[in-house]
Design a binder for this molecule. Structure first.
Ligand code: ZN
Length: 153
């Protein structure tokens, strides 16, 4: 069976950035399982996997637009330290949940001064070109329940 919409796909993968550093990998664990066509993985990877079969190995380079998005400067904001009342030691790299009209959004501390904290609401991999090495371990038809839920069981 080929990878197609409404198939459950299992892959092993290694993700590197442009500098060749490994950002993420399924090595040593179970394959990553997802329902193809349901947006469970980034769009560029779904597109590259379409039509492939168990045993296929592929190297995929994905531009930010098809990955975690471009880095949007308007998502970087300086807020008063008082917004972090109750947090004693604010450091660059810490992550928080910001409450927004669209629900909680993860933000990362990008800078700290005496008066302000610079927060970045971009995905940590926004703006990165992604290099995936993928091997396809499993392709099967999804159950009706998996299709209804939009994810693999
Ligand atoms: Zn479910």
């Amino acid at each position: 069976m080929q990878v197609q919409d409404q198939a459950i796909v299992g892959i092993h993968y290694t993700l590197k950035n442009d500098a060749g550093e490994t950002l993420d990998s399924s090595d040593g664990g179970d394959p990553l399982q997802f329902l193809q066509g349901a947006g469970g993985i980034i769009k560029g990877l779904e597109t590259a996997l379409d039509g492939k079969e168990v045993g296929d190995k592929l190297d995929v380079v994905i531009e930010p637009e098809e990955g975690y998005g471009v880095h949007r400067e308007e998502l970087v904001q300086e807020v008063p330290r008082s917004a972090f009342a109750g947090v004693d030691d604010i450091q660059v790299g810490m992550t928080f949940q910001a409450q927004t009209d669209n629900g909680p959004v993860p933000i990362q501390v990008a800078g700290v001064s005496d008066e302000t904290v610079t927060v970045d609401g971009n995905h940590p991999l926004a703006g990165e070109r992604l290099h995936f090495a993928v091997s396809i371990e499993e392709v099967r038809e999804a159950t009706q329940q998996e299709i209804d839920h939009g994810h693999a069981h």
